[in-house]
Write a protein that binds this ligand. Sequence first.
Ligand code: TXA
Ligand code: MG
Length: 349
Amino acid sequence: MNTKVVKINRIQPNPGAIYEAGNIIKSGGLVAFPTETVYGLGGDAFNPDSSRKIYEAKGRPSDNPLIVHISNITDIDAVATDIPAQAYELAARFWPGPLTMILKKRPELPKETTGGLDTVAIRMPVNEVALDLITASGGFIAAPSANRSGKPSPTQAQYVIEDMYGFVDMIIDGGDCDIGLESTIIDLTTSPVMILRPGFITYETLKEIIPDIVFDGAVIDSDSEEPPRAPGMKYRHYAPKAEMTLVTGSVDNVISYINDRIAAKSAEGLKTGVIATDETHYLYNADSVKSLGSRKNEKQIAKNLFKVLREFDDEDIDVIYAESFEEKGVFRATMNRMIKASGNKEVRV
Ligand code: TXA
Ligand code: MG
């Protein structure tokens, strides 16, 4: 398949290209596009063939439902039914933005889009290119993250091109994603309301509006017997090629443990990497040491994680040791992705 790549951003708006991209989606094609969280791989949410094509392009199991992206809050009624008042309250406060709500789906929405479930995930992104594209394509774009299944979600167009070139009709390069981690997902069809995937909109913030909100058990306990309620959370997502270990403990213990392991792995002839922070990166002796940013800036740490994982892939690093973060606020979302990237390999020192 021929893939057209176009750049669109605030300085270079390109209404012609948005119109063309909208027509591609309307006629059943696929367009990869920027959002404030990560890049999405979009097709017409009401066209079952488009959803099938998305699964194929991603190499993703088709029981893993897609998020429906809208560009007007009121369009929620066209895809969902039995909507609780709380959903409108949340939409008024957090949309457009990185919050996805699970609601009961309307029968008109094809089951291919929702992976056979009778619920639907809905989100209104804040990124302007995304909003313009959604409107131009008829209002309802089904989109997972635009990575090949198993790879970290793409936060820059170059990674979308790496994964999706030849698999989609168009890739819109809108620059770096502002947040860099996927949206917070909450399920409003359960009582109490549940967080299925932590994100930039935190538990602490959501609790102000929904005081009894809880985490899906499988999200806080990665060894839980119960499968996660978001089907996609059961996969070892975000996986770098290297074997990754997350190291938790006092700063001094973490640094000395990691340096010991690095020495041992180097002696075995392996190429080593460390995921560090601005406060510590100069203290490690690995082949490649990358800082996620300052521990004082949880947003910066979140934004850099997937980029750093992809960079280690490009450098053919064999083993990665990563510092960990306190599980609160936005750090909780970062830690959730790091635990997955490590395939649950956590060491306490
Ligand atoms: O920030 C985001 O949410 C990005 C951008 C592109 O919007 N999208 C994204 O999509 O991360 P994806 O497909 O990579 O992750 C969606 C997650 C999956 O874990 C999926 O299983 C879950 O949402 N999900 C979708 N519909 C669901 C439903 N009806 N019930 C439970 N989980 C659902
Ligand atoms: Mg994904």
